[in-house]
Design a protein around this ligand. Structure first.
Ligand code: SAM
Length: 305
């Protein structure tokens, strides 16, 4: 596969490089903003799970221009610096990271908290959905400490079996909750975004980092929730129909007539988790799968040349 084949298969990947975005995810936030005007009046924002930083780029371009704009970006991974963005490297599920974020907003709350967090996907759907839900709850926990009343929270959500529970939990804190699917998010992916507007915690709610936000057990079928506990959110697709479809391949010459020229990635990852594998591969020492006589698959180390 040549280096241009991904450009052909994934138009948003290609456009991200051409427009100077660090990741194709930038288009998801831009399309969400087109639909919901997320950045209107926003001067202080938190970007949780931010690396490599395309959402922070969008935030700093949109709200950085408003003079006093402040963006705090957090991720497990190191991120190349971005002008006007304060960076914290840490795990958003850890108390110490949450405290570090909150201290930036003491006395001056944020207007917007976004979280595009995704766990390393295992392929075991229940596990992946559970991990994703925990990330969202960790982000919501932080949001309850830093958001101003009426503020907005946008977070990646997996539309899995137990998503109804998450919607109900979000609805406790926000006047308006809906589920949005930007056109740049592949239809084949269960990812969508919970867009929660009008932060309005229940009377008497005291945000507490030490306790899980909303204690629950996963041993019942949440889709059976009924009465006031059941909350069916509206589902909105965003990015108008003339926008590129992320599940299609496009000719390398785009419809506006512009000629294709290869663009390298805007910001390659600093120390990606697969770095060690790349080094081993270069040295010819990466374990390779072999099929034994009875068809079982085992891994063997390549000989050191
Ligand atoms: N929005 C980003 C952008 O536009 O560049 C892309 C985010 S990427 C899809 C998901 C990120 O979630 C990864 O960088 C990963 O390190 C981060 N992440 C996953 N679990 C995390 C955690 N517990 N704490 C902080 N970051 C986490």
């Amino acid at each position: 596969m040549g280096r241009t084949s991904k450009d052909k298969r994934d138009v948003y990947y290609r456009l991200a490089k051409e427009n100077g975005w660090r990741a194709r995810s930038a288009f998801k936030l831009l399309q969400l903003d087109e639909e919901f005007q997320l950045f209107q009046g926003v001067t202080r924002a938190v970007d949780l799970c931010a690396a490599p930083g395309s959402w922070s780029q969008v935030l700093s371009r949109k709200i950085g221009s408003q003079g006093s704009g402040q963006v705090v970006a957090v991720d497990l991974q190191a991120m190349a610096p971005l002008t006007g963005v304060i960076q914290i490297q840490g795990d958003i599920t850890q108390l110490s990271t949450a405290k570090e974020i909150i201290q930036h907003f003491e006395g001056c709350p944020a207007d917007l908290v976004v979280c595009d967090g995704a766990p390393d996907v295992t392929g075991l759907h229940d596990v992946d959905e559970y991990m994703q839900a925990q990330l969202l709850l960790a982000a919501l926990n932080i949001a309850t400490h830093v958001l101003k009343p009426g503020g907005c929270f946008v977070a990646k959500i997996f539309r899995g079996r137990d998503v109804t529970l998450l919607y109900s939990q979000l609805r406790i804190f926000f006047a308006n909750v809906l589920c949005a699917k930007p056109r740049s998010s592949r239809n084949s992916s269960i990812e969508a975004f919970a867009v929660c507007r009008g932060y309005d915690p229940p009377e008497g709610f005291v945000a507490d980092l030490a306790k899980p936000l909303l204690d629950h057990s996963y041993d019942s079928d949440f889709n059976q929730l009924n009465g006031p506990t059941r909350f069916i959110v509206p589902f909105v697709t965003c990015g108008d129909l003339s926008a590129y479809d992320s599940d299609c391949s496009y000719s390398l010459d785009l419809k506006d007539g512009s000629k294709y020229e290869y663009t390298p990635p805007t910001q390659p990852p600093i120390s990606p988790p697969y770095q060690e594998a790349c080094i081993l591969k270069k040295k010819g020492r990466l374990a390779k799968e072999v099929h034994t006589q009875n068809c079982a698959v085992s891994k063997v180390d390549q000989p050191v040349p």
